[in-house]
Design a protein around this ligand. Sequence first.
Ligand code: G3I
Ligand code: 9MR
Length: 579
Amino acid sequence: MKRSVVAVGALIVVSRLMAQQPPPAIALNQLGFYPEASRMAVVTGPVKGEAFYLLEAASKDTVYKGRLTRATPSHNSSLVTHKADFTDFKGKGNFVLYVPGSGNSYLFRIADAVNRPLALAVLKGYYFIRSNQPLMPEYAGAWSRPAGHPDTAVIIHPSAASAARPAGTVLSAPGGWYDAGDYNKYVVNSGISTSTLLSAYEDFPAYFDTLKTNIPESNNTIPDILDEALYNLRWMLTMQDPGDGGVYHKLTNAAFDGMVMPGVTKLPRYLVQKSTAAALNLAAVAAQAARLLKKQKLLPALADSCLKAAAKAWKWAEANPAVYYRQSALNAAFDPDITTGEYGDGKLEDEWFWAAAEVYAATKEPVYFKVLQQGLHHAVTLPSWNEVRMLGYYTLLNTKAEPDLQQALKDTLIRMADQYVASREQNAFGVVMGQAPADFIWGSNAVAANQGELLVKAFLLTGNQNYLSGALSNLDYIAGRNATGYSFVTGIGSKPVMHPHHRPSQADGIEAPVPGLLSGGPNPGRQDGCTYPYTEPETAFVDNVCSYASNEIAINWNAPIVYLAHAIEALQTKLKPIR
Ligand code: G3I
Ligand code: 9MR
């Protein structure tokens, strides 16, 4: 009796686990593979036998036969996988993988520059979310549209009132990218996003100098990636009060717009309370831009204004070190209520470190060095909108800081990189992403992309191949080698996300979403309350417009995939198979 109860219980557990699992699939980078790098697909679910076959796509001839690895249970779901490694096959062309019991994979390429379409798309993605320009057919194709919010008459919200700019004052703060699926513009999130694009240029200037993305500025003398970053930076500069150097936290509607095209609603737009976080973000990015422009001998007047803005913002932050943005407190004190994204951060030591590092790197003034030195003992994490210390590391490692300091920063970064590549061996998808279930947060795809970026930096510092392969593994994850089977970049691959939480994609009447946007990715937090078919850490994803917690897009998620995809393209001849 007891035994059969146990058996029934076990059956229920097994069937629950099954219900948790997406159907068996062959997961792989849906674009394909580089001729010189490792090549791997991952088979989820039960398999029949051990063999797999690589077929030439047109003839269906078997060009390679291999053996699946033994079953690997995933740490991030109840999935069990087998890997199909065909690195030994040498050849270029179009292929499919056939696994008895699982069927055929999507068609993929083995080719040079295989990830170029993804890399170009995610950078161009920023053009599509520019706020105040009409998107012209020659650049935007089917997704051309009128300009969105002009933001030439925005209102000082009572929370932002000062003697010189009382509540109701009307100002102009046009330009910049929309943050995400919504139509608001947030300084804090703009900081890391703009900085990451600048950093991509800084690390690969020769590659980007000739890279064109077909934007209105493509024929000027400035590389397209810088034009794009400067489009947002120029807006960020307008968020500074020239009187005292303080920076408004965001430019926003009082509440989120409905699912309409940008500029359809004409509701008031506000500049809300200044915040220490916003001031430090502007200080950091403006200083970084000034340093880069100077190094490249570009736009000297803009470089100069950036440096001045950075110094002023820093001064304001010093005088106002604890002005946090707390939306509920703001709403208790002022009208109208503001209910859009908060980007509230109660811990600013990392923002201080980052801003100090950038302003120091740009000016070499000892006062900034002192502040960054004070912050050196704090632990560093992977970058995210509210954890930006690592961005300071990236800059200090690229500039001639004190040698002892650089060695210490490098050691720390390499320790993190070592941990990432070590965890990859046990990973059921052969990727760095998912070394712990905690990787699967709101915007988890940016965790994958930022890990990849960090690994590229580790490769640049050491030349160690393992880091570069680890970086590529996370790009493969984004492009399909993951537990959901989706390519997470709109318009890329055979099974891309189609219904991101992105107002224009939903409202424009075009079936395909706006291209080149990275979906947030699996997030078992499921804070949107939508129906998810699967709920385990690496499968908690739904390609439905409802799902802002797993399927929105955002500027701080696109930026590290711009970095990672272009870095891999720039370094493709350095890739080697990893055994
Ligand atoms: O800080 C805690 C951490 O201590 C804890 O371990 C972890 C466990 O999940 O949670 C952390 O807090 C999370 C926070 O992000 C910081 O990462 C919250 O749970 C999570 O709900 C929060 O999500 C943010 C979300 O806004 C809601 O505030 C996302 O990071 C952020 O990307 C997202 O940003 C929105 C904007 O507000 C509005 N525009 C769209 C944009 C993208 O969805
Ligand atoms: O569209 C909003 C998205 O950008 C935010 O990330 C998300 C969380 O703040 O909120 C979304 O807006 C939703 C709102 O919070 C609740 N009502 C439904 C809105 C989506 O249409």
